[in-house]
Design a protein around this ligand. Structure first.
Ligand code: 26A
Length: 344
């Protein structure tokens, strides 16, 4: 059983999205010029995807959105409600109700900004074997504004937290909010954690990413995201360990707490990079028949990590719990869990 932690100790901001998930043939991806394991923002040409999935592929509707997923998973493992607070923007519709219901059922304390007349965001999840390709139509999620964080009750929640987590995905929506949360974390000397989220973030949002990075105490990413960052920085080596070492050595506002990078690589070991040291944490490889889908695996890893980090556990325990959570989520549809957590 976990030690009790203070309510609201963890605050996250992100895009609340309802996932519309289906198993599709490869030519479905080709039709929309998508690759296996993409994560992209929908353009006009992608808009028919959502209807097609519902009409032709028995799509399932699942709670999604990267940060909200991580916080739901952290809540599941903690078994103590309202440890985590989530901010994001939704519409005033049925999808928003579903998201809120699922988040609250997990124990997450959601404080959505509501944008009337704009639909809640959705994400097409195209499953091909053990791969998942994501196409997000942010819709209402793209309307998040910093004034939501400045409302007195929300500002109090941000001020009272001890740990802050924001995705790289949120850089596409509202960098000023990210900078404000980062500055709060810095002023109070509290950890600020971020995720590289997807290769396109490093490719197209490097400027706001570089503005936030000096505040980041722990950076998460997978191998493709780390490599996209390295390429965008024109670093000579594609070696993950080298990339991690360079990432942790980049400018940091609070040099007394050196940056940590945690890089996942599917079923290969997780790398923990601190200054010049690289440690590996093995991942239990699942048999193909155990895999339902890999959607949400990276988010669940972060959720498991956060559930221990907010309890002040060692990085070793945090990463083991991340691996446990990711393994569990892969055996379930989307970023959902079943039964009680079994992490000890
Ligand atoms: C800005 N973009 C593209 C996104 C996302 C996103 N969450 C926030 N912003 N694109 C996909 N997702 C979510 O990632 C989860 C899997 O890691 C999906 O909703 C999915 O639940």
């Amino acid at each position: 059983m976990c030690d009790r932690v203070r309510e609201g100790i963890l605050v996250g901001c992100g895009n609340p999205l309802l996932d519309i998930s289906a198993v599709v043939p490869l030519n479905f991806l080709q039709k929309y010029s998508m690759n296996e394991d993409d994560a992209i923002l929908a353009e006009d040409r992608h808009m028919p995807i959502y209807g097609e999935l519902v009409e032709g592929y028995q799509a399932e509707f699942l709670a999604g959105g990267s940060v909200q997923n991580s916080l739901r998973i952290a809540q599941w493992i903690l078994r103590q409600p309202r440890v985590a607070v989530f901010f994001g923007c939704v519409g005033e519709d049925r999808y928003a109700n579903i998201l809120k219901e699922k988040a609250q059922a997990a124990g997450l304390d959601v404080h959505y900004q509501v944008k009337k007349d704009v639909p809640t965001g959705t994400c097409a999840v195209l499953i091909t074997g053990t791969h998942r390709s994501l196409c997000a139509n942010l819709a209402a999620a793209n309307n998040f504004t910093i004034d939501h964080l400045e409302e007195p009750s929300n500002k109090a929640l941000v001020d009272n937290a001890q740990y802050y987590y924001i995705s790289g995905f949120f850089l596409t929506v509202n960098p000023p909010s990210i900078m404000q949360v980062a500055a709060t974390a810095h002023a109070k000397q509290r950890p600020f954690l971020m995720n590289l989220s997807a290769p396109f973030i490093s490719q197209f949002y490097m400027a706001p990413l570089l503005a936030a990075l000096p505040y980041v105490d722990i950076i998460f990413g997978n191998e493709a995201e780390a490599q996209a960052f390295a390429e965008a920085q024109q670093w000579p080596s594609g070696d993950l360990r080298e990339i991690g070492k360079r990432l942790v050595a980049m400018e940091k506002k609070n040099p007394t707490r050196p940056r940590i990078a945690i890089l996942t690589q599917g079923c290969d070991p997780v790398l923990l990079i601190q200054q010049d040291s690289v440690q590996e944490f093995p991942v239990t490889k699942l048999a193909v028949h155990e895999i339902v889908d890999t959607n949400g695996a990276g988010d669940a890893f972060v959720g498991g990590f956060l559930s221990q980090f907010v309890q002040g556990k060692s990085l070793d325990v945090c990463i083991r719990c991340g691996n446990y959570a990711a393994g569990h989520i892969i055996k379930n549809p989307g970023c959902t869990y079943s039964g009680e957590p079994e992490f000890v």
